[in-house]
Design a protein around this ligand. Structure first.
Ligand code: ADP
Ligand code: MG
Length: 323
């Protein structure tokens, strides 16, 4: 199933930034307090992520990189199923299929760490290693064994820009995490832990924007929205200044974007888009995240309810303001 594994891997791993996204999410899930990311050549040569999270038990390391869906694929019908239904628990399996992969991990109560290497899907035996508690993952030569995909990587600067965007989304969603990003050994972001989202917004987007942001906060039943929106005079030609998060993860959502546009109707020049950093909290039972393997598209059970909450909150906020 080697070819099928590589096709399947390509469904999840499109470019270096997709790797960084998956690894960052894993480090966050492992309750890390500190995450360092090192990138070389836009991620084509090296992606390294070091966290101080709970680590993986030695017995579980082989499972962590084992493919669950692809190992069961026997024909085209199954492959179709994987492509349409998406992957769960497939990120490390997919990444290690198309790179030179090394994982080192240690749980705090273990005397030593373990190391696992996978070369284009070929797994080497587990080795003991010395390492601090947490997990370190190194990915070299991404797509070395899928030459077409490697050839279609953009310039290091462009690939790094995509990585930086993924890093930014996780950093905004988790201000309490100390996070570091380096490219070609140069520091790009060094973000100390903070309790205040606004501190992080200031570091990413400058104090001028941060000082003029309007805080919002409202709950309705089990739904909650909070965050900041910018003054109408602070707007952009695209939606790139809009960051939406659902239950702590960045999401893309047309309906909520539309609610934002509606709220600013008449306040912005034609073609301009408002800047917003908004956090939505919803009981997990109200959300289906299994729409796409990369999990950034979600479906709300009741998207109208969230739409109305956001729109009315913003309208009420703007009502008493001199904008
Ligand atoms: P998923 O996150 O969907 O379970 P992944 O392939 O991303 O699938 O990761 C597989 C498993 O490896 C995770 O479920 C987790 O148990 C373990 N794992 C991966 N990265 C880390 C990490 N940084 N710290 C601790 N455990 C990790
Ligand atoms: Mg994962």
């Amino acid at each position: 199933t080697s070819v099928i594994n590589k096709i399947a891997a390509g469904e999840v791993i499109e470019r270096p930034a997709s790797v960084v996204k998956e690894l960052l999410e894993n480090s966050v899930d492992a309750l890390s307090t500190r995450i360092e990311v090192d990138i070389e050549q836009g991620g084509a040569e090296l992606i390294r992520i070091v966290d101080d999270g709970e680590g993986i038990h030695p017995d579980d390391v082989p499972l962590a990189i084992a493919s669950h869906a692809t190992s069961k694929i026997t024909g085209a019908d199954d492959l179709f199923h994987v492509q349409t239904m998406g992957f769960r628990g497939e990120a490390l399996a997919s990444i290690s299929e198309v790179s030179r992969f090394r994982l080192r991990t240690r749980q705090a109560d273990q005397l030593a760490g373990v190391e696992m290497q996978v070369d284009g899907g070929n797994v080497s035996p587990l080795q003991p290693c010395g390492c601090p508690p947490g997990t370190q993952i190194e990915i070299r030569e991404l797509f070395f064994n899928t030459p077409v995909r490697r050839k279609f990587l953009k310039t290091p600067a462009t690939e790094f820009a995509h990585i930086s965007e993924q890093f930014t989304r996780v950093a905004l969603a988790n201000p309490r995490l100390h996070m570091v990003l380096r490219h070609n050994n140069k520091s790009v972001y060094e973000l100390p832990a903070t309790d205040r989202l606004i501190d992080r917004l200031e570091l990413f987007f400058g104090s001028q924007l941060a000082e003029s942001l309007i805080p919002i906060e409202r709950s309705s039943g089990e739904l909650r929205v909070w965050g900041y929106v910018a003054q109408p005079r602070q707007s952009k030609a695209t939606r790139k200044g809009q960051y939406l998060f659902l239950n702590g993860r960045w999401i893309q959502d047309r309906s909520l974007q539309h609610a934002l546009t509606e709220a600013y109707r008449g306040l912005l020049m034609v073609g301009r888009q408002p800047i917003a950093y908004l956090f939505f909290e919803v009981p997990a039972s109200q959300v289906d995240v299994n729409v796409h393997p990369t999990k950034s598209e979600v479906r709300f059970r009741d998207s109208q309810q969230m739409y109305r909450l956001l729109l009315s909150t913003l309208r009420n906020t703007f009502l008493g303001m001199d904008l």
